[in-house]
Write a protein that binds this ligand. Structure first.
Ligand code: TYC
Length: 109
């Protein structure tokens, strides 16, 4: 049976159901929020929004400025799987460059 599972030609009904649930969960739309801090340079935040989130120049500047003045700012709505990857990429890059930039994921209201 292990062999059959590896070949993908047999899956018990429970496994199939779990796969479908996990897939639906990864596709659910969630919000990505950007949080202000006192250290990360504004230009660096804009570059992350452009490079990682593919925001255009004006939108990236607007989203950064809104976080700077309001404390947080909605970056966009993405399928959960994609949102998790984007946040990890953005925070990973910020950490390796030595900045405390923070993003978070929220369920839409
Ligand atoms: N507040 C930062 C500064 O003045 C800039 C900044 C903006 C940092 C938005 C994070 O999400 C942020 N250097």
């Amino acid at each position: 049976m292990i062999h059959a599972l590896k070949q993908g030609d047999y899956k018990p009904a429970l496994v199939v159901e779990d796969d479908a649930k996990a897939k639906a969960e990864r596709k659910k739309p969630v919000e990505v929020w950007l949080h202000n801090d006192d250290y990360t340079p504004a230009e660096y935040v804009v570059r992350i929004l452009e490079d990682v989130f593919k925001l255009g120049f004006w939108k990236a500047n607007w989203v950064m400025a809104r976080a700077h003045f309001a404390g947080e700012s909605l970056v966009g709505v993405y399928p959960r799987g994609k949102a998790e990857k984007l946040v990890a990429a953005a925070e990973g890059r910020a950490r390796s460059d030595g900045w405390p930039l923070r993003l978070s994921i929220a369920e839409p209201e």
